[in-house]
Structure formats: C-alpha cells, structure tokens
Design a protein around this ligand. Structure first.
Ligand code: ADP
Length: 561
C-alpha cells in the first residue's frame, strides 16, 4: 500500500521542498511499507505521550516550545537492507536522518532530532531481536530495539539469572544499544556501558555495512558462499570477546556522534557473583559530602567499592517518595535547609544518602562490608542500613534491584516533584575529590535557587571520576519556569567550564554550547571531528548538529538557540 499523496509535514527537512519530500516519502514507503511510515502533519500528532508510550515525534520533556525539536516523519526500517536503501535515497537530497533506537533518551531530548524536520529513523520498532546470549562467553548480541527490560526478562525466562545479569540504568525501558552509544551508565560493576560493549555493526552514510573490532575478520566458513547477506553472516567468534581487533579503534566514533546507524551491538553480561548485598549509608550534614567523597576515592580505586555507587541528595530520594506538595505547603518556594532537615527526619534519611552493593560469596561480602563500615564510620552521625532496615517502597529497596541488574521504573517518580513535571539533566564530570564535590554542589544548588528551582542531584562514582547528575525538574506547562530552567543549564555550563568541569552528555538544546567549552588549543577537537564528519558523510545526512558537529553546508548560526 502507498501512502495518500501530498501530505504536508509540519516541518520540512532542511533544504527540502514539499514536492521533493513527498517523492522521497513515496519512495521510502515503497521500501518499508505504509505501516512503517508516519508523516507528522498536525499538532494533534505531537503528543508528549508518556514514558510507557513514547511518541517518537519530538522531545516530550520540551525545554523550548514543543515543536522545536520535531520530526517531519517517523520511519521504522524492517531490516538492514531497508536502512541502506533509505540512506541511498537521502544522500542525493542531503536529507537529514535522525536515528533512534527506543527514543526515550529521557532528559537529553527524547526522540527529537537536533534539526527540526529531520526524518526520525525508529530503528527499534522492527529491529528488536536478541540475536545471541552466550553463557560461556558471558555476552549478548542485540538489535537496536532490545531494552534492558527485554534482556532481563530473557535471562529470567531462560533460567539464566543464576549465571548472568545485565547491567541496567535507573530506568529499564531504554535500549541497550542507544544507551551505550550515548555512553550511559548503570550501577553494577559493569556500569560503564561503552567500556563493556564489544563489536558494532554500522550502516555508514554511504550505505556500506561495516563491522568493528574482531568483527572485521571474516568467518573461516565463508558464509558469503552460503548466499547470506553480510548482515546475516555469523560474527567472528572473538568479536564479542575482544573489542579492539586490529588497527585504529573506531567504535568511539559512533558514540554521541553522527557518522553512522548502528544495527547490532555486542554487550558483556555480568556473571552472577554468587552472592549479593545492597546497603545505604546516610550522612546528616551538607558538608559531610566532602569527607564521604574523599573516603570513596581510594575504596573505589581499589575496588573495595565494587560497583558504581551513588551519593544522592535528600531531595532526590524525597522526590521518589512523593511530590513536593506532600512535604511543604509553600510549593512555589525553594525548599530550604530547615525543611530539608525535616524531610530527612521524616524519611529517616540523611542530607546525603550513599547507595552501594557488595558482590560475592558470604566471606568475601563480610570482609568488604567490614572495610566499608570501618571507613565511613569516620563521619560523625553516619548510619548504616540494609534493605530490610528500611520501609516498603524505600529508595534502598529500589536500588537493591537496580544494583543487581533488575530493571525498575520507580525512579520515574522524581519527575513528578512538580505538577506537569518534565526534566533536563545537567551532568558535569569531576575528579572523585571532596573539594570538587562540595564546589559543584555549592554552585549548582545556588544557581538552581536563583532560578527558583529545587536542587535535585546525585553523584555517580565511576572508576576514577564522578558524573554529577543534576536533575532540573520543571513544569512544562509553565512558560516562565521553562525559561528559567533553560537559563539555569546555560548558566551552569559556563560556570562549570570556568572551573574546569565539562559535561559527559547533554540535551539537544545545549549541544553547541557544550562543544564550545571543549575548545582547548583553538578548538582542535571540534575541527578534527568536522574533518571526519565531512569525509565520512559528505552530504551531511546523518544527524546534523549532534553533539555540536555540523556538516559543512549547514549555517550553524541559524540553528543555535
Ligand atoms: P533510549 O533507547 O535510551 O531511549 P534512544 O533510542 O533515544 O535511547 O537513543 C539515544 C541516542 O543515541 C539517539 O538520540 C541517537 O543519537 C543515538 N542512537 C540511538 N540509536 C542509534 C542507532 N541505531 N544508530 C546511531 N545512533 C543511535
């Protein structure tokens, strides 16, 4: 079936007139089928949906007007050949494509494209198979639409949880592939997803298919002689075991970037450690953050802290437990220190709350728990909790699942701190140093308060650095609050850059500003990326503007907001 003729999208792709667009859509429809093409012709289609039901047309957490980061159409390829055919059609037109896997990407722009009117390629809708779970090698090979929840369910349904776990982020509904490409994190010892991936299959802007690492080495059985298309051929047997292969390591080029469409990803699974214990340590005072972080650094480096632990501010846990109105009768005012203490007392939490887990058989856990308790006892007033010491619905009970690779959706609740709650993440990196943590807390909380928004934040501890995740929650039906939230992130980016802190990932609206801060030696980093971009994607079809990298024929100033 062919789509009804001449439907005008709300937003045409950059540089494309309506007649060209319609011809293009007709051609795409004949490739993927009408059921896989949706042209966005009316604001009735631009519905924010929900986490459970994402709509893929735009960013549902819109910090600017709802239709700024809007797709012209959403197209779901059925397979690699479809993706290649679409790329071939887009090239002569320089038509911008914006690949997503699941398109939730919550707080960083959702499914919305950086350039209004780009064609959103919904890779996950039809390409959603778990291609392999290898128990001996402890890895999986997945297509774009496989979520963390899907993989967990697979492990449960196949009685594999006693052997393998999947590391999961705060929410289980995102894709393994999309999250890894964004360099997202989870909270088991395998929390750094990019570090734990092995092997990518990519449709390049030319339409050619490439496998990275050991995947570039052909299978000795010569599957091409069996009549298999490249994408259906078995991978080299080490492709999911050794990520680097030979020669330049290119996988990083496909993360937070715009150089290709990833169609398969290998991912390491975490071997069941043979025992598990989560815990929480609460610290009563704001300034305890300093000592806590300085205690964490050597423990984390030595892997006494085995997983990616978090130190959460009291507002974050409070927001999971209830909306702002359940704690204060002055919801229009920023929550002050006295109220924070009252909330902490009510919830039996500290100003800062540290969540971690211990992995291994009983004697191993005993030894590590002894070391951890001993170290943190140096902080006056520190209290130690296991899951059963906390009430039903506690954040520790949620984290207990997350840190053993069982995905949940409970952390969604902090977005409802405010009515019509939406959010934006501000995520600067810093050394694991008490002084840095205190200084980042001071500046981010002060700027939040200047914007008349509550500070909600958590420090996530990697191997040698912290991702400080500031959750900027705003009422998306309140234009003034949105302006303040936007002002806040823009101001914080510059504040932090001035102190040597840069962000690890960001929302569409501020990608250019952040790339502008990574400007050492006359911006050689961006210029090198532009060189690669223009060589690999000369027509600039792939996600123009992603991470502040623009094709040569775009006038970047016209797109910066
Ligand atoms: P999630 O699965 O967490 O909802 P998304 O599907 O929204 O994440 O993907 C996040 C980002 O990762 C996208 O905005 C895009 O930049 C990139 N991305 C996702 N899937 C692909 C893909 N298959 N190929 C290339 N880039 C992708």
């Amino acid at each position: 079936p062919v789509r009804e003729a001449t439907t005008a999208p709300l937003a045409l792709p950059h540089g494309i007139d309506l007649a060209t667009f319609n011809t293009f859509i007709d051609n795409v429809t004949s490739i993927v089928g009408a059921e896989n093409v949706r042209v966005i012709t009316s604001m009735d289609q631009v519905d924010d949906g929900s986490y459970e039901e994402p709509t893929h047309t735009h960013d549902p957490h819109h910090i600017v007007d709802q239709d700024v980061f809007l797709a012209s159409a959403v197209v779901a390829p059925r397979n690699v050949a479809d993706v290649q055919a679409i790329v071939k059609l887009a090239n002569p037109l320089s038509l911008p494509l914006w690949p997503i896997s699941i398109g939730r990407n919550s707080g960083y722009g959702g499914a919305g494209p950086r350039v209004r009117g780009s064609l959103v390629l919904n890779m996950g809708q039809n390409m959603n198979k778990i291609l392999e779970v290898n128990v001996e090698g402890a890895y999986c090979l997945v297509e774009p639409g496989v979520t963390f929840m899907d993989m967990h369910n697979y492990l449960v349904e196949n009685n594999l949880r006693d052997k393998l776990w999947i590391d999961v982020p705060d929410l289980g509904g995102g894709s393994i592939l999309g999250n890894t490409l964004e360099r997202g994190v989870g909270y088991t010892p395998y929390g750094d997803h990019f570090m734990m991936h092995s092997g990518m299959e990519v449709v390049l802007p030319s339409g050619e298919l490439m496998r990275t690492g050991m995947g570039a080495l052909p299978d000795p059985r010569k599957p091409e002689t069996m009549g298999l298309r490249p994408e259906d051929q078995p991978w080299n047997s080490s492709a999911q075991l050794f990520p680097y292969g030979f020669g330049p390591y290119v996988d990083g080029l496909f993360t937070q970037s715009n150089l290709g469409i990833v169609t398969k990803l290998g991912m390491w699974l975490f071997p069941n450690p043979g025992g598990y214990q989560s815990y929480m340590i609460t610290f009563p005072k704001d300034e305890d953050l300093k000592a806590a972080v300085d205690i964490i650094r050597p423990l984390r480096l030595a892997m006494v802290l085995q997983n990616v632990p978090t130190i959460r501010h009291i507002t974050m846990d409070a927001a999971v437990m209830g909306p702002k109105t359940s704690y204060t009768d002055k919801p229009d005012e920023v929550v002050g220190d006295a109220e924070l203490d009252a909330i902490a007392a009510k919830l039996n939490l500290g100003r800062w709350n540290f969540y971690g887990a211990i992995y291994g058989p009983e004697p191993v856990r005993q030894a590590l728990w002894g070391a951890i308790q001993g170290a943190f006892s140096a902080i006056p007033g520190a209290k130690f909790f296991l899951k059963d010491d906390t009430p039903e619905g506690s954040v520790l009970r949620i984290r207990d699942l997350t840190m053993q690779g069982i995905p949940t959706f409970d952390e969604l609740r902090w977005v409802s701190w405010l009515p019509n709650g939406a959010h934006l993440f501000f995520s600067p990196i810093a050394p694991v140093q008490g002084e840095d943590a205190m200084a980042q807390y001071e500046i981010t909380r002060r700027r939040c308060e200047e914007a008349k928004l509550d500070f909600i934040g958590t420090f996530t501890i990697g191997m040698r650095e912290m991702h400080h995740i500031v959750c900027i929650v705003f009422n998306k039906r309140d234009a003034d609050q949105k302006r303040r939230a936007h002002w806040l992130i823009r101001t914080l980016i510059d504040d932090c850059a001035a102190r040597g802190w840069g962000e690890y990932r960001t929302h569409l609206a501020v990608m250019d500003q952040i790339m502008g801060t990574y400007n050492w030696n006359n911006g050689s980093f961006l210029r090198f990326n532009e060189l690669i971009k223009n060589a690999v994607d000369p027509n600039g079809i792939m996600a123009p503007g992603k991470s502040g990298v623009w094709p040569a024929h775009y006038k970047k100033e016209e797109h910066i907001m």
